[in-house]
Design a protein around this ligand. Structure first.
Ligand code: ATP
Ligand code: K
Ligand code: MG
Length: 661
């Protein structure tokens, strides 16, 4: 399978593939280098990616975006409520997580956000497999650095439902840093410090990264998760809504399609204003058959988004403070993400650092490329240059347990904010029965929205009272793994034993001579932990339960098959239509001399009947019916075509003979 990196953006998704020649971004079915992150439901089938975008305005309530914003959250999460300004569909509770209620195949259906992401990733998988002509299983996916354990696990669940194997989740700005560092050489000496600023559609992420040859270390990351291009679009759309109320006496808030049309056009206008001082807005029949038009100056745009722009500096300040660097220590500032094309944003960032900004990276593709590299480095078959990277922990993690006897601790902050990721710590508890460990984020107020601070519960099984009658030491390996997940890696009983350990003696200036017998080894008495029994661990996290996940996998596979069947049917219908027009022309022309008048008349009638059927009763027929109708026509037409081909062949052979003579 290929080594695939996926940058799942809130607006659009970019896929890169690592091959022996290097890393390429792949194009989708309409040759775009990114695919709209949308899933839609129709009367006959689902529409995903480009197909979803095409039908968006005519099917707003059943077209869902904001996938990465809602996945891994609950319906009552204030952030999910906030998303309602960007989601026209109906949000509902699905088994304790947020989901949607849609019209699908003419009926009401509900799907969790995890399922929606799975549907989308399934489409991305298909697009990629078609393009690289290889099955796709292993992927590295990027996620915002501010994602919690629950959000990460939801993305992993979604990948599994889509039949993917997520070898690793990588924080978005870290992935960009990887694609910056891997193919660059850094001189010996102090590290090179680079700031990566990513402002996309929904989120603003910044990381400060120290590079040395062959490695990078993220020093600090900071975020404003409610800062992106869509917030510009929202402010603009509201502005025009107000203007049109006065000017045209219409309220686009009362008309979903109208509102959506304005939103689409304001995004266009916003982009024009990145390169021009003024831009026009014209929409025909926005609602009630009314055409609207307006213009906007760049300065007006900046005024409208002033509350947003005022928040631009805070994450930069926070990241610098946490990195413990001075502004002078920064060697370069790299911008990525679509929204960093906005001139006032560039100016503010440049002014903050007192530096020219760099656009070394492809600002739309760097994250996907970094992910593809990470996926390749997990691959046993692809040889990639070794590259070390270390990320940073965003939210402090505390483990807790039921204290026994005279234990004075019942919890410990094991992974503080700013700690390295991945990272392992071992704690020791004395236990002679099964016991539980629970992990939670230390400060729930730091978490985005209403994400639960609870991370998981692990039951450690099998510790028993020793022969001496005391509780053995249980050593537990706690980990934030390379995907940023909090886990309990292993647990074992250990015994402290007294051993004699040789003391290494180094005698200055004295070389051992050949043949000399070794000096007697001096030893000292030390206490050491020796591993005894490995203990079983049963864990419960926010991830989907295995059996339920399997049900969802089956459901998804069924929908994929149904969609494929609908697409095949459409294909056969198109083939039949094409045959009718093609044959009708050819019997008057190319095939005219190869059929009797009777045959031609018969075929003409058959073609006419087939056409009538196609636009009448056969409008919505089955695949088998289209195939049968095609065969029926071809039984007559094929004979005529056969004669023509035979004659052509004979002609060619005759010419060849002439040449040979
Ligand atoms: P996120 O990173 O938040 O998940 P994303 O990765 O999908 O989202 P990007 O592709 O980085 O987002 O950026 C898309 C945003 O950039 C859109 O809001 C788009 O309107 C905006 N954008 C693209 N080009 C320009 C431009 N020339 N001027 C202003 N904004 C632009
Ligand atoms: K993107
Ligand atoms: Mg992005």
């Amino acid at each position: 399978s290929g080594s695939v990196g996926i940058d799942l953006g809130n607006n659009n998704t970019v896929v890169a593939v690592a091959r022996n020649r290097g890393i390429d971004v792949i194009v989708n079915e309409v040759s775009n280098r990114s695919t709209p992150s949308l899933v839609a439901f129709g009367v006959k089938n689902r529409f995903i990616g480009e197909a979803a975008k095409t039908q968006e305005i005519t099917n707003i309530k059943n077209t869902l975006g904001s996938l990465k914003r809602i996945v891994g959250r609950t319906l009552d999460d204030p952030e999910v409520q906030y998303e309602k300004r960007f989601i026209a569909g109906e949000l509902v509770d699905v088994n304790g997580t947020v989901g949607v209620k849609v019209k699908y195949l003419g009926e009401t259906a509900t799907f969790s956000a995890t399922q929606l992401v799975a549907m989308y990733l399934g489409k991305i998988k298909q697009i990629t497999a078609n393009e690289i002509k290889m099955p796709v299983t292993d992927v590295a996916l990027s996620v915002p650095g501010w994602y919690t354990d629950a959000q990460r696990r939801a993305i992993i669940d979604a990948s599994h439902i889509a039949g993917l194997n997520p070898v690793r989740l990588v924080n978005e700005t870290t992935a960009a840093a990887i694609s910056y560092g891997v193919f660059r050489t850094f001189p010996e000496g102090p590290a090179k410090n680079v700031v990566f600023v990513d402002i996309g559609h929904s989120s603003y992420n910044v990381s400060i990264v120290a590079f040395k040859q062959g490695e990078l270390k993220v020093l600090a990351s900071a975020y404003d998760p409610h800062f992106g291009g869509r917030d510009f679009d929202y402010a603009l759309t509201e502005h025009f809504a107000t203007e049109f109320k006065e000017k045209y006496k219409i309220d686009v808030h009362e008309n979903l399609k109208g509102y959506s049309r304005v939103a689409t056009q304001t995004e266009r206008l916003k982009k024009i204003l990145s390169a021009n001082a003024t831009a026009p807005l014209n929409i025909e029949s926005v609602m009630n058959d009314i055409d609207v038009s307006s213009v906007l100056q760049r300065s007006e745009l900046e005024e409208l988004v002033q509350p947003l722009l005022a928040r631009l500096v805070a994450p930069l300040e926070k990241a610098i403070a946490e990195s413990k660097l001075a502004l002078d220590d920064i060697d370069s500032v790299e911008l990525i993400g679509g929204c960093t094309r906005v001139p006032s944003i560039k100016e503010t960032i440049s002014k903050f650092f007192g530096k020219q900004l760099s656009f070394t990276l492809n600002q739309d593709e760097a994250i996907a490329r970094g992910c593809a590299f990470v996926c390749a480095s997990h691959s046993p078959t692809l040889r990639v240059r070794p590259y070390k990277f270390e990320d940073v922990n965003q939210y402090s993690v505390t483990f807790q347990w039921e204290p026994v006897a005279d234990e004075d601790l019942s919890e410990l902050e094991v992974f503080p904010h700013g700690n390295a990721v991945p990272s392992t710590k071992i704690i020791t508890l004395f236990r002679d029965t099964d016991f539980d460990l629970e992990a939670r984020y230390t400060n729930s107020t730091e978490l985005p929205g209403g994400v639960q601070p609870w991370i998981g519960k692990w039951t450690i099984k099998g510790a028993k009272r020793s022969e001496k009658g005391d509780a053995p030491a249980v050593k537990i390996r706690l980990r934030t793994d390379h995907s940023g997940l909090v886990t309990v890696d292993s647990a074992y009983t250990a015994e402290e034993v007294t051993v004699e350990e040789p003391i290494e003696e180094k005698v200055e200036g004295e070389e051992k001579k050949e043949g000399e017998s070794p000096a007697p080894v001096k030893t000292r008495t030390v206490k050491k932990w020796v591993k005894r029994d490995t203990l079983a661990i049963v864990h419960a996290t926010t991830a989907l339960e295995e059996s339920y996940k399997n049900v969802l996998i089956e459901r998804e596979n069924q929908m994929v098959e149904d969609d494929k069947h609908v697409a095949d049917t459409e294909d056969r219908k198109n083939a039949l239509e094409e045959y009718i027009y093609d044959m009708r022309g050819k019997i008057e022309d190319r095939y005219a001399d190869f059929a009797s008048e009777e045959e031609k008349a018969k075929l003409r009638t058959m073609l006419d009947d087939a056409e009538d059927w196609l636009y009448g009763d056969g409008e919505d027929a089955s695949k088998a019916q289209y195939v049968a109708k095609f065969e029926e026509l071809n039984a007559v037409g094929g004979v005529i075509k056969g004669r023509y081909l035979q004659a052509e062949n004979e002609k060619k052979e005759a010419e060849q003979r002439k040449k040979d003579e």
